[in-house]
Design a protein around this ligand. Structure first.
Ligand code: IDP
Length: 134
């Protein structure tokens, strides 16, 4: 048993489409605890830091516009194997591969506008929690 924390961010399309409650309900029903949460308007430097592995990609300007387009809802979740569990609940980055039953599979139809971010390793979880919650 491995109790760990992860950083989850509901992206601007989740808020615009009023899917916040729906997604949080899934997280709560799964049994993960929300230990911190806040609404934030990100700026370009923090987006570039968060997506440093993507800044040289051709789609980065679109990703930056998307992440600047409205507030995001950041959360720290705690639970057994929560990093892997949340990645499974989210579905893969490519929505066309995301199975029904996953958040992206059920609600997203576009590779960029895919509703949710979740840390992918314990190291990135630690860095992302520090980045957004200090
Ligand atoms: P993740 O969000 O599933 O961890 P990353 O590769 O870190 O995946 O990508 C970050 C975000 O960048 C994605 O969630 C998506 O919004 C956007 N993105 C990733 N790959 C593409 C792409 O090929 N085209 C357009 N947007 C992309």
């Amino acid at each position: 048993m491995l109790t760990q924390q992860t950083y989850i961010m509901l992206k601007p399309d989740a808020l615009k489409r009023q899917l916040l409650g729906e997604i949080i309900t899934r997280i709560e029903k799964k049994g993960y605890q929300i230990v911190q949460a806040k609404l934030m308007q990100l700026d370009a430097p923090i987006i570039a830091e968060h997506y440093a592995h993507l800044t040289d990609q051709p789609f980065y300007p679109k990703l930056e516009r998307y992440m600047l387009s409205g507030p995001v809802f950041g959360m720290v979740l705690e639970g057994e194997d929560v990093i892997r569990g949340m990645r499974n609940m989210m579905g893969p980055t490519n929505v066309f591969e995301a199975a029904p039953g996953t958040i992206r599979g059920d609600y997203a139809t576009d590779v960029t506008y895919n509703l949710i971010h979740g840390s992918d390793t314990p190291e990135t979880a630690e860095a992302e929690i520090k980045r957004f919650f200090g």
